[in-house]
Design a protein around this ligand. Structure first.
Ligand code: HMG
Length: 415
């Protein structure tokens, strides 16, 4: 078998977001926290909230159904289905096998669930790209679905950084959206910054330490990226950010992307000896140009763990792929625990047409606002299944949990 030649990358993205949203100024008022701390200190404005009939399976299947509904990728083309999640529904039976069934993907498909906190989605995309480059795909495509519900205890400071949603990424040879460069930089280290013991529904976190771990991992992954690039004989010594049209960071809360970009600038200035006289002004300009415009969806959805980076990518693609065709962007994925990866990709000709079908803005606009009381009730009720009201109808929902088994129903409507 020969390896696939040519580019490998993201063929299409499908995004799904819950229909319910909580404005964070109302939560701030209820928790007696200044709204500015949330809007300015964290950069967060709203968070997506799930209903009892939504779990990692339904969010992920709905994202994939929206991808297939765009008409460019078909279930019968998928030879590898990876579901990345840290909100699994069973210790043994993987989320991926439910998606395989609901979406009508062929039996001759490798199917599994993947976990490394928020890094799982990128681990899946990298594995999928390597599967295609190796030739094992033999013309088929991979589907990598990142799906999560970020839950922290009510009344905790992390409560403001919750969220929920999913991103389905089809990876193929001859991608129609983003060609992935084969070089990336990685960083891994055993740290206890964020974790969720097997018997707990909400995550535990050492919040301030987790921010430091994220920033150290970013510096480590970027250093490894530059070293890998040098090994290929690439003698380009200009700072990395000057060679990129945008930088997308894993976004647990939008201010984290700001902190990340500052760290990247500082380490690149140091590496290349190019620190400007007015570093603060240069950093503000660089952030406003390369990072801030792509955080809008995250501001209104919250942390969606494995899918967070891919929501930023979808938002950029949808808003600006016409300006980005032929341009290279940088992506940074971080998963607590920790593992991180920095990689790059180039928007291919025609990507604006592909991106126009993703529809994140429509999903955001169609949501129903909750009161704090409604949000707290949903958080306490948990995920036991039910029948969504007609306005909520998506491709599938969790109908019931009986005899410790989960039963999903397809509505046949893609929404
Ligand atoms: P906190 O206790 O709310 O934070 O926790 P704080 O007191 O540090 O305040 C936050 C910011 O608000 C600070 O700004 C304050 O100055 C500012 P900073 O110093 O950071 O620039 N502030 C104000 N600004 C304006 N007006 C005011 C005001 N008051 C304060 N009146 C924390 C924040 C992020 C730690 C918490 O929300 C948390 O624990 N979140 C969850 C953990 C997390 O998201 N960590 C991020 C890195 S780890 C990661 O990304 C992985 C993850 O996605 C999981 C996975 O991999 O699976 C989480």
């Amino acid at each position: 078998m020969t390896a696939e030649t040519g580019t490998v990358g993201v063929d299409q993205i499908g995004i799904y977001l819950p229909h319910r949203v909580l404005p964070l100024d109302t939560l701030a008022a209820a928790r007696k926290v200044p709204t500015e701390k949330i809007h300015i200190g964290l950069g967060a404005y709203q968070m997506a909230v799930t209903a009892p009939w939504e779990d990692a399976v339904t969010l992920g299947a709905n994202a994939a159904a929206r991808l297939f509904a765009q008409g460019q990728v078909k279930p019968e083309e998928i030879g590898l289905l990876i579901v990345a999640t840290e909100t699994a529904v069973d210790h043994a039976k993987p989320v991926s096998i439910f998606l395989h069934d609901l979406l009508g993907i062929p039996n001759n498909c490798r199917v599994f669930e993947l976990k490394h906190a928020c890094y799982g989605g990128t681990a899946g995309v990298m594995m999928a790209a390597d599967w295609i480059r190796s030739g094992a795909a033999a013309g088929r495509k991979a589907l990598v679905v990142s799906t999560d519900i970020a839950r922290y205890p009510l009344q905790s400071s992390a409560e403001f950084t919750q969220g929920a949603g999913a991103a389905a990424v089809a990876v193929s040879a001859q991608p129609r959206l983003l060609a992935l460069d084969p070089i990336s930089g990685v960083y891994a280290k055993n740290v206890y910054d964020f974790w969720r013991p097997l018997d707990k529904r909400e995550a535990l976190v050492d919040g301030k330490f987790s921010v430091d771990c994220y920033l150290d991992a970013l510096a480590g992954a970027v250093a490894d990226f530059c070293a890998a690039r040098n090994r290929t004989g690439d003698k380009n010594t200009a700072p990395l950010y000057t060679q990129l049209a945008a930088l997308l960071y894993h976004t647990p809360f939008p201010k984290m992307a700001y902190k990340a970009h500052l760290r990247l600038l500082e380490s690149e200035w140091q590496r290349t000896g190019t620190q400007p006289a007015d570093a603060a002004a240069a950093a503000a300009r660089s952030y406003a140009e390369l990072v801030d415009p792509w955080l809008e969806a995250s501001r209104k959805v919250g942390n969606i763990y494995t899918a967070s980076l891919y929501l930023c990518l979808a938002w950029l693609a949808e808003r600006a792929a016409d300006r980005f065709e032929g341009k290279r962007v940088g992506l940074f994925s971080y998963g607590s625990g920790c593992c991180a990866e920095f990689f790059t990709g180039t928007f291919v000709p025609g990507s604006a047409q592909t991106a126009a079908r993703i529809g994140v803005a429509d999903l955001l606009a169609a949501r129903q606002q909750l009161t704090v009381e409604e949000y707290e009730r949903l958080a306490r009720d948990g995920t036991n299944g039910g029948v969504p009201p007609s306005g909520d109808a998506a491709f599938c929902h969790l109908a019931a949990v009986r005899d410790e088994k989960r039963f999903y129903e397809r509505n046949g409507i893609t929404g």
